[in-house]
Design a protein around this ligand. Structure first.
Ligand code: 5RP
Length: 214
C-alpha cells in the first residue's frame, strides 16, 4: 500500500470515533485532508468542527462543514490530527505544516486525541524529523542560541509565517528519549510560543492505516 493510501485509510478509520451531534476538533495536513473529505459526507450528522489552521478552516468551509470558535464550544469530545513522528508511547512530533500552536490548543481541549498516520511516521526514538518550534520573530536568534546549548541544531524555516504571525525553527540533531522533559524545558525559553513535541498531551489512540497501534 502506498503512503497516501495508508493516510486515507487512517483518516477513514478515524470516522469510527465520530458520533452524531459532536463538535469535532480537526488538525492539519495531507492525512487530515482525507479526514475532512470523509467528515463532509457526514456534515449533517455533526454539530460542526473546530479548526487548527487557516488551511483546514478553508477546506472545511468549502465542504459545507460549519467551523466553530473554541471559545464558544468548550471542551471537545474528539480531536483528529496527523503527525510527523510517533513513538511507542504515542508521543508525537508535529508542526511539519507549521500549525503546531493551534493544533496543540485544540488537542488540549479534547477529551480524546486520535492520531492518524502512515507506517513511515512510527519511530523508536523521536528526533529524526526536525523538531518544529514556533517563536516570536524578535526572539528567533535568542531561542536558537538556547537550543544550541541543549545540543540541537536549529534551522530557520525562512519565508514561513505561521497563522499566528510567528516564525518556525526546525531543530535537527535531537535524539528525544525523554519527550516530556524536553517539551517542558523548551517551553521555558523566553520567546518560544510552542514546541512541536506532543508528549504532555500525547495521542490517546494512534491509527496506522486502519489498524490501531498496539
Ligand atoms: C501540521 C502537522 C501535520 O499533522 C503533520 O505535518 C503531518 O502531516 P501529513 O498528514 O501531511 O503527513 O503537524 O502542522
Amino acid at each position: 500500500m502506498n503512503q497516501d493510501e495508508e493516510k486515507r485509510k487512517a483518516a477513514h478509520a478515524a470516522m469510527r470515533y465520530v458520533e452524531p451531534g459532536m463538535v469535532v476538533g480537526v488538525g492539519t495536513g495531507s492525512t487530515v485532508a482525507h479526514f475532512i473529505d470523509a467528515l463532509a459526507e457526514r456534515r449533517h450528522d455533526i454539530a460542526g468542527a473546530v479548526s487548527s489552521s487557516q488551511w483546514s478552516t478553508q477546506r472545511l468551509k468549502e465542504r459545507g462543514i460549519e467551523v466553530l470558535d473554541l471559545n464558544t464550544t468548550g471542551d471537545l469530545p474528539l480531536y483528529v490530527d496527523g503527525a510527523d513522528e510517533c513513538d511507542d508511547q504515542r508521543c508525537l512530533i508535529k508542526g511539519g505544516g507549521a500549525a503546531l500552536t493551534r493544533e496543540k490548543i485544540v488537542a488540549a481541549a479534547a477529551r480524546q486525541f486520535v492520531c492518524v498516520i502512515d507506517a513511515s511516521k512510527r519511530v523508536e526514538v523521536l528526533g529524526r524529523f526536525p523538531l518544529p518550534v514556533e517563536v516570536i520573530p524578535m526572539a528567533r536568534s535568542l531561542v536558537a542560541r538556547a537550543i544550541v546549548k541543549l545540543g540541537g541544531q536549529p534551522v530557520w524555516r525562512d519565508g514561513v509565517v505561521t497563522d499566528n504571525g510567528n516564525w518556525i525553527l526546525d531543530v535537527h540533531n535531537l535524539r528525544i528519549s525523554q519527550p516530556v522533559e524536553l517539551e517542558r524545558e523548551l517551553n521555558q525559553i523566553a520567546g518560544v510560543v510552542c514546541v512541536g513535541l506532543f508528549a504532555a498531551r500525547r495521542a490517546d489512540v494512534v491509527l496506522i492505516g486502519d489498524q490501531v497501534m498496539g
